[in-house]
Design a protein around this ligand. Structure first.
Ligand code: CA
Length: 225
């Protein structure tokens, strides 16, 4: 069941939206002004926000701007409600990061259809985001920090993991030892470039057959293929 936050100062409209969304099995939070809406958005992290443009105190545009800036809430889709049909409002709303807008008066059926479309789009996006980098014989789980070769987990040190991840995320790009040192070990650390070779050698030993993904370019550096 998805949660939807309605921020709308006109109580009859807010209640009508609530009634209709509840019938569609959504769970509803409601706020009648911008500040309370913001607070609820941060506390509850709803799946979608229906946000009225004209609100007392903090208006819908301000609320939208703040929500889209805050990392915690920036991914929550927002449908703006506006009483004004003017193009400026529409563009402004979308430029601020609102995902859709609907002009009052609107039909509940249309609002619900839009909400469902956006939620479906978001669900598809969530599936697309893969924290696991996969190849035929090699899997790098960047969230759990696990590497598997032919489905068998192998143990890597933090640096070996970071090195493998860096190369794999930038597949086909050639990196010199100096650049790898800067990117994986950090610029301020004084280590010899030979360190990179030592790590690559150990990494290859551990990866076994999957070590063919790391290619040496003589006199240049390494790349992931
Ligand atoms: Ca209003």
């Amino acid at each position: 069941m998805e949660n939807i936050l309605i921020i709308e100062d006109e109580k009859d409209i807010a209640e009508a939206i609530e009634y209709n969304l509840k019938k569609e099995s959504f769970k509803i939070f409601k706020a009648y002004d911008g500040r309370k809406g913001l607070k609820l958005a941060c506390d509850k992290i709803p799946d979608l926000i229906v946000l009225d443009l004209m609100l007392p105190g903090l208006d819908g545009l301000e609320v939208c701007k703040i929500l889209k800036k805050e990392p915690k809430t920036s991914n929550i889709p927002i449908v703006m409600l506006t009483a004004k049909g003017g193009e400026v409002d529409k563009v402004l709303g979308l430029e601020l990061g609102a995902d859709d807008y609907i002009t009052k008066p609107f039909s509940m059926r249309e609002l619900i259809a839009r909400i469902k479309t956006i939620l479906k789009r978001c669900a598809a996006k969530k599936i697309e985001f893969k924290p696991v980098i996969k190849f035929a014989d090699l899997e790098i789980d960047t969230e759990k920090h696990i590497v598997r070769v032919l489905s068998k987990p192998i143990e890597l040190t933090a640096k070996e993991f970071a090195l493998l991840r860096y190369l794999a995320e930038n597949k086909e790009r050639v990196y010199s030892r100096e650049i790898l040192l800067d990117s994986v070990w950090g610029i301020d650390v004084a280590i010899e470039t030979r360190t990179v070779d030592v790590h690559v050698r150990r990494l290859r030993e551990k990866l076994g057959k999957a070590s063919r993904h790391i290619r040496t370019l003589r006199g240049v550096g390494y790349k992931f293929v």
